[in-house]
Design a binder for this molecule. Structure first.
Ligand code: FE2
Length: 293
């Protein structure tokens, strides 16, 4: 009944065309549909993975977690309800809108809308074509990528995401920001080192960043050059101490950052939880004044 992957992300933003420009020309996703309300983007065989809606929040507006089948969804729904979580079921209109067979919706302890579904739409009949020439994105069983969720109380968020939703701890980074130490908890639900990280950071956004993983170092390098031209890079190229991802960070038009990386090391059965004192083994130097993870 466990969550298999991060399936999709929805954003509510003031400037959809600027987001579209970043996601397509900058990061190499394909825009597949757009109207006055929403623009949809894909990066693999799925019909869509990112939805950008016109809105005032300038933040992530919903997160889609995927389970394997109807039975898993039913069991997880029961577990959520037994733990006192309010769950909306039977929303046929939402399922249709997301292109999934069945869906439930709830919020995490700090009000972030979460959707859990099974039966996403595959579109192998329309091969993904990157408008920026990206060779490919690493998704499949590792899902869309990862997000770093900013919460007021990490322990409460940990209880929800691990005990109820079933995420498992990969490791902890105790990041020093001046005299303050901020612990960041990295959680997995498949082979990806972390699908979700939880931290309490002094920032107004629901997530600090989201991450896409591409299939080659050249994909990272070309994207770096494209975004450097736009003066959008916030953290230089570097290698993370825990997942060993070689990546850089760029700013979205909404003040959330996006990480773009390659060669993250997967979790295996021999994995032990460890702690780190630093975010990065090398690089990831700040190029703009923002809080970096
Ligand atoms: Fe990251």
């Amino acid at each position: 009944m466990t969550i298999k992957q991060l399936g999709y992300l929805g954003f509510s933003v003031k400037d959809v065309p600027a987001w579209s420009q970043l996601l397509t020309s900058g990061l190499g996703l394909e825009e597949v549909e757009s109207n006055n309300e929403t623009a949809l983007f894909r990066l693999d065989s799925r019909a869509w993975r990112i939805a950008v809606d016109y809105g005032q929040e300038d933040d992530v507006s919903y997160i889609g977690f995927e389970v394997a089948n109807a039975q898993s969804l039913e069991q997880l729904t029961e577990k959520l309800i037994n733990n006192g979580i309010e769950v909306k079921t039977g929303d046929i209109e939402l399922a249709k809108q997301r292109g999934v067979l069945d869906i439930i919706s709830l919020t995490d302890p700090y009000g972030l809308p979460i959707e859990i579904y099974y039966g996403a739409t595959e579109a192998f009949n329309r091969p993904f074509v990157s408008p920026a020439g990206v060779s490919g994105f690493l998704t499949s069983e590792q899902g869309l990528g990862h997000i770093v969720r900013n919460v007021p109380d990490v322990q409460e968020a940990m209880s929800f995401y691990t005990e109820i939703l079933g995420f498992k701890l990969s490791d902890i980074i105790e990041m020093s920001v001046g005299p303050v130490v901020i612990p960041i908890y990295f959680l997995h639900c498949n082979g990806r080192h972390h699908t979700l990280a939880l931290a309490s950071m002094p920032m107004p956004k629901r997530i600090q960043h989201f991450m896409f993983e591409v299939k080659s170092l050249d994909d990272v390098g070309h994207a770096y050059d494209r975004l450097d031209k736009e003066d959008a890079i916030t953290l230089s190229l570097g290698k993370h101490s825990n997942d060993h991802m070689i990546s850089f960070y760029a700013m979205t038009p909404s003040g959330i950052e996006v990480e773009y990386g390659w060669d993250g090391r997967p979790i295996d059965e021999a994995w032990s939880v460890v702690r780190h004192d630093t975010i990065s083994a090398w690089g990831h130097k700040p190029l703009k004044q923002t809080l970096k993870v």
